[in-house]
Every structure is written in structure tokens, then in C-alpha cells.
Ligand binder design. Structure first.
Ligand code: FCB
Length: 452
């Protein structure tokens, strides 16, 4: 008999997705264009030249996808809403069919006994708002609050978990700082202003959700926190590692939980600092009910005066296992991160809102996907999450990224993260071995002690 480490009762076991990565139906039923439609339709932006026009066709196949989740036994589903499906121009008139889609999806989930965990923004900004400056414009934060109100009005009686943003660091830096994501802008000053407006819009949305949704509703935000290790204990490397950590983590955690930007990083950014108006910081630091943490890998950092504005570089550990993304597999980092965040910021609750791995899966002739490496990845991370929970981290749930293989942003369809395999030609779904393995974890409410 295997030994299981059990999670607390009521633990949420989920899978996560996002709208642009799975829905498809990019121009159906009144949906407006998003910046990801524009970006993926621009030549040279996506590795395999693909788009999210069809993706997993989830817009038409959501019932089948709920049935898959039911088969796996998940009790929560983290999804995101496409803002331009609900408000085609980002503001003004609501598209009733867009709202109906999410309304039916939420009802379908509840009927299946699956709690909807709704993210308001997972990067698909309405193109019409990009046309007025996107997140560099402060007005967009106000439109985000109005969009939140439209959703809360319609879904707030049934949705009990809301995340305002997914990974504002990625939206700001990959989208506006380095141009690797939509809208493809390259300016550090823009990225910092965008990060401020994302945080500001988060605070505004928290207030809207408190006013308009179920009083029981849990409201929070999802961050991609980096687990940074210095390459050595040389003074320069320690300082570089602290900068990397300030850049990725503290720049977001401190405004949210302490109401200020970190002093050391403000000095570092100097002239590029964003415009902050009186009252902004108290809006950003409104109390949240939870912090969602997305964790995939760690970073090892060493000082390098030539290494870009942060004067550092990342070191690759050759002996470690790496996923198809080139990310080091480092399960202990999840434990380290959860414990550190709790010690430093003490959020009332924590969720692992994304964790998973891309591997080059293959379908066997008898129609199976034997993804043992993914099972090992997930199991070892769950053991580390359990360890953190045992040490007092208020961990309330875990979401595997992802339910389905999907459109992995600038990598297109070349990276498969799903617990369910998708054939993008036929849209046939196959639950991978990892999906069946996860079903057992959920049924036992725990993870097998023996690391794989
Ligand atoms: C995260 C994103 C998610 C997915 C995973 C692999 O940064 O939130 O959409 O792309 O990475």
C-alpha cells in the first residue's frame, strides 16, 4: 500500500487555462479584436506562425471540456475571461453573447461540482484600448474597473473566487518592455508605467468586486514569482540576485502588501519611474483574500556589468533536468518560495495558481500519452507544496497548468503543457497518463509519499 501525504479538507484541486490560449472563435458572436489577435496575425511574432483563431476550440467544445474535468475529478477550474468578448471595444456597450458564454460556462461548472476560479485579465486586452495607448494610459485602469463591474453583475452571485490579474510582470515586461508578447512594445519606461496601471486597476477591481459580488467571494491576484538564487556568495552576485528578486517579485509584492515601491529598485530605475498619483498606493494595497503564485522554475543569477539594465545574467545548471521550455526542474523552489512569501508578506491565503511542465508528448499507437516525466514533475512539486503547508503556509489549493495543450503565446503550439492532449487538426482530446494520475491524487486528497 502506498503512503499518501494528505492535504487539508476542502483543498481546491484544479486545472488552469486562459481565454486566448484555448477559446478560439476569435471573431465570432460579436467578439472584438484583442491585442493577441493583432500580434499573432503579425508575421514573425509567433514561433510556428500560428494564431489563437481556433486554438482548442473551447468556445464550442466547453461542454466536452467540463466532462473531461469531471472525469479527472477536479473540484476547481481556473479560467480567464476575454475582455473583448464581453466588451468588444473595451468599454461602452456590452456584447450579450459574450457574457452569455461565461454565464453558461459557470453554470455548467457548478452543475459538475467544479468551483469556477475566474481571472479577469490574462493578457488579451481589447485592441480598441491599445489604440488609445493600452496599459500605458491611466484611463485603461478605469475601463478595467467598469469591465469588472459588468462581470460581477452577471456572475457575482455564483463565482466565489476572483483573481484580478495574471502575472502583471509578464504583461508589463514581455508585452511593453521587451516586445516578445502583445502589444510588442520595447520600452522599459513604458513597462514600468504599465506595471503601475495594472496594479492600480487591480486595486480598483478589488473594490468593485467587494461591492458587487457575493459577500463570501474571495478576491486576489496572481503573480509569477521568481525563486532567485545567487550564483555564489560573492558580494556582486548577492546584490545581483537581490536586484533580480526586486525586479520580479518585490516590485509587485510590496505595493500590494505594504503600499509602497521598494526603495532600492526605485533608485535603480531612476528616471524611468512611473507617474504615481496621490492615493494610488492605498488603492493598490487594498486588502486581498489571497495571493495566487505561479511557479515553474528557479533562476540562478550572477552579476554582469554588461548584462543589460539590471547588470546581471542567468546561469544554466547543466546537470539539472530541463523541460521543453528550457526551464530547470527544481521542485524545492516551490517550497522555498511559498515559505518566503508567507514570512515576508503574510497573505491571508495562498494558492498555487499554475504549476506544470512542457514535454514533447507523443500519442502511442493505442491512443495513450505516457508522460511519466510530467507525472514526476507534478508529484515532486506537490510534495514540496505539502511541506510548505505543514510548516504553516496557508495553502488552500493547487492548479495544474494546464487542462489542455494549448496556444503557448509566442511559442504557438510547439509546447505542450496539458494533462489532456489535443490534436490541433481534429480537436480530439486524450487524457494523458498525468491526467489519470492527477485523478488519483484528487481522490486521495493527497500525494504519494515516494517521490518519482
Ligand atoms: C505562464 C502563463 C500561462 C502559461 C504558462 C506556461 O506564465 O500565465 O498562460 O503560458 O506560463
Amino acid at each position: 500500500m502506498a503512503d499518501f501525504l494528505n492535504y487539508p479538507e476542502g483543498f481546491l484541486w484544479g486545472v488552469a487555462t486562459s481565454s486566448y490560449q484555448i477559446e478560439g472563435a476569435w471573431n465570432e458572436d460579436g467578439k472584438g479584436m484583442s491585442i493577441w489577435d493583432t500580434f499573432s496575425h503579425t508575421k514573425g511574432k509567433i514561433a510556428d506562425g500560428s494564431t489563437g483563431d481556433v486554438a482548442c476550440d473551447h468556445y464550442h467544445r466547453w461542454q466536452e471540456d467540463i466532462a473531461l474535468m469531471k472525469q479527472m475529478g477536479v473540484n476547481a477550474y481556473r479560467l480567464s475571461v476575454s475582455w473583448p468578448r464581453v466588451l468588444p471595444r473595451g468599454r461602452g456597450t456590452v456584447n450579450p453573447k459574450g457574457l452569455d458564454f461565461y454565464d453558461e460556462l459557470v453554470d455548467g461548472l457548478l452543475e459538475a461540482g467544479i468551483a469556477p476560479f475566474v481571472t479577469l485579465y490574462h493578457w488579451d486586452l481589447p485592441q480598441a484600448l491599445q489604440d488609445i495607448g493600452g496599459w500605458t494610459s491611466r484611463d485603461v485602469a478605469c475601463y478595467f474597473a467598469d469591465y469588472t463591474a459588468a462581470l460581477a453583475h452577471r456572475l457575482g452571485d455564483r463565482v466565489t473566487h476572483w483573481a484580478t490579474h495574471n502575472e502583471p510582470w509578464v504583461a508589463a515586461w514581455l508585452g511593453y518592455g521587451w516586445g516578445e508578447h502583445a502589444p510588442g512594445i520595447r520600452s522599459a519606461a513604458c513597462a514600468l508605467q504599465v506595471a503601475h496601471h495594472l496594479l492600480l486597476s487591480h486595486g480598483m477591481a478589488v473594490e468593485v468586486l467587494r461591492d458587487l459580488s457575493n459577500p463570501e467571494a474571495q478576491v486576489g491576484i496572481v503573480l509569477n514569482l521568481a525563486n532567485v538564487h545567487p550564483a555564489s556568495d560573492r558580494q556582486e552576485d548577492l546584490a545581483a540576485s537581490r536586484r533580480a528578486e526586486g525586479f520580479h517579485n518585490r516590485w509587485f509584492l510590496e505595493p500590494l502588501f505594504a503600499g509602497s515601491y521598494p526603495q532600492d529598485m526605485s533608485e535603480w530605475y531612476g528616471a524611468q519611474l512611473p507617474e504615481v498619483r496621490p492615493g494610488d498606493m492605498s488603492c493598490i494595497s487594498r486588502r486581498v483574500d489571497f495571493l495566487g503564485v505561479n511557479y515553474y522554475t528557479r533562476g540562478i543569477v550572477k552579476s554582469n556589468p554588461e548584462g543589460g539594465p539590471l547588470q546581471l545574467e542567468h546561469v544554466r545548471v547543466e546537470d539539472s533536468e530541463h523541460t521543453e521550455m528550457g526551464w530547470e526542474v527544481y521542485p524545492q523552489g516551490l517550497y522555498e518560495l511559498l515559505v518566503k512569501v508567507q514570512q515576508d508578506y503574510n497573505p491571508p491565503a495562498l494558492y498555487v495558481t499554475e504549476n506544470g511542465a512542457a514535454f514533447a508528448d507523443e500519442v502511442t499507437p493505442d491512443g495513450k500519452v505516457q508522460d511519466d516525466r510530467r507525472i514526476a514533475y507534478l508529484q515532486n512539486h506537490l510534495l514540496q507544496a505539502h511541506r510548505a503547508a505543514q510548516e504553516g503556509v496557508p495553502l488552500k489549493g493547487y492548479f495544474a497548468w494546464s487542462l489542455l495543450d494549448n496556444f503557448e503565446w509566442a511559442h504557438g503550439y510547439t509546447k505542450r503543457f496539458g494533462l489532456v492532449h489535443v490534436d490541433f487538426t481534429t480537436q480530439r482530446r486524450i487524457v494523458k497518463d498525468s491526467g489519470w494520475w492527477y485523478r488519483r491524487v484528487i481522490a486521495e486528497n493527497g500525494v504519494e509519499l515516494q517521490p518519482v
